[in-house]
Ligand binder design. Structure first.
Ligand SMILES: *Cc1c(COP(=O)(O)O)cnc(C)c1O
Length: 360
């Protein structure tokens, strides 16, 4: 990417270009921080979406207790950037990766990871002890069928084993219903969280019966957090996509039946340029799958009534433009289908405010 200087007008940016609208971003960050505070919950935003120390710091400055990461590498970057509390929301079984997490904890950060297997306790604890550190061990409870302890009653013996391992600190239950997040109807999402909540309750009962205190219950995403907050079971929210939104989240309904992109603002765009209008009613622009993920559907075209994407290939998006509104050279903001894998394709956010670059 060519060097982009602050002060450059958005209309002169090279395309395709990942842009972050700072006014919209900051409004979203404030809104979720306020909502978590009002619900009396801790906020630990998921950093796998942005993978950015700068965004993580902006979340911490608004009261987040820490960040979630999905990989050990992300955790290393966040800790190096001054984020003092990072939870890897995943199981980690490679001794080399456990040693890397333990090194982070030995450096003074609070570092957590998920366990779902009694056999993971000894090697995880040993890695921590070898580094002279303590790791936060969260027990992942299966919700919706990925990793996690399948039987809620099995959480108690696993917690007891963690408590008996000097290298580990039992931090609580990680219960994330990922498969519910993007369901369109709010009632449908609520039903999934109710089912997950029954499992959380059973796990908490099993811990109580065993005399083990459960410090936190962490989970939730942009699609469901109101349900976790209302349950009285979860104590910590892990929402990530709320910060920037995407086309897929934009079309789901909030508890009031309103589209999610009515309350949360689109802050993430791929700026593209129309390079051809080969036949009437069609425009083609220069951003495709190499700058935007496609697995969650086609991008939306920002602020262009009646223009819709019909196809996405490596370096092109084909647009249906029945009114012929677009001409070669026009720049368009495309709202990607899914924010996380889109951000992952780019080395930097070009941050704009009022149509002018403020930072890269
Ligand atoms: C991705 C993820 C989240 C955040 O989900 P969003 O839909 O981006 O808000 C929270 N927790 C876990 C474990 C995740 O993997």
């Amino acid at each position: 990417m060519p060097r982009i200087a602050p002060g450059t007008p958005e209309a002169e940016l090279p395309t395709p270009c990942l842009i972050l609208d700072l006014d919209a971003l900051e409004a979203n960050l404030d809104r979720m921080a306020d909502a978590a505070r009002a619900a009396g919950m801790r906020l630990r935003p998921h950093g796998k979406m942005h993978r950015s120390v700068d965004l993580g710091r902006a979340q911490m400055a608004r009261g987040a207790v820490g960040l979630c990461a999905q990989t050990v590498g992300e955790a290393e970057v966040f800790v190096a950037g001054g984020i003092g509390d990072v939870l890897v929301t995943n199981e980690v079984r490679d001794p080399a990766k456990l040693a890397r997490l333990a090194t982070l904890a030995a450096g003074g950060a609070r570092v957590g990871l998920c366990l779902d297997d009694p056999a993971a306790v000894a090697p995880t604890g040993a890695a921590a002890r070898e580094a002279g550190a303590t790791l936060d061990a969260w027990i992942e409870l299966m919700c919706g069928g990925r990793c996690g302890v399948a039987d809620p009653a099995a959480v108690a013996p696993l917690a007891a084993a963690i408590a008996a391992e000097p290298g580990l600190r039992f931090a609580g239950i990680h219960a994330y219903e990922g498969s519910a997040q993007h369901l369109t109807g709010d009632a449908e999402r609520g039903a999934r969280i109710a089912t997950a909540g029954e499992r959380v309750r059973a796990a908490l009962d099993a811990l109580r019966a065993a005399g083990i205190d459960c410090p936190q219950v962490t989970g939730a995403g942009t699609g469901t957090w109101q349900h976790e907050a209302a349950s009285g079971l979860w104590t910590e929210l892990q929402c990530g996509s709320y910060a920037v939104m995407d086309a897929d989240y934009g079309r789901i309904e909030d508890p009031q039946g309103q589209r999610l992109d009515q309350g949360w603002r689109n802050a993430l765009f791929v700026l593209a340029q129309v390079i051809s209008t080969p036949v009437p009613g069609r425009a083609v622009c220069d951003a495709g799958l190499k700058s935007m993920s496609g697995e969650s559907g086609l991008p939306l075209v920002w602020g262009q009534e009646g223009v819709t994407a019909t196809g996405l290939s490596d370096e092109h998006t084909v647009l249906d433009d029945p009114a012929g509104a677009l001409a070669p050279g026009d720049r368009l903001r495309l709202i990607p289908g899914h924010c996380d894998p889109t951000v992952n394709l780019h080395d930097a956010f070009v941050c704009v405010r009022n149509g002018v670059v403020e930072a890269v």
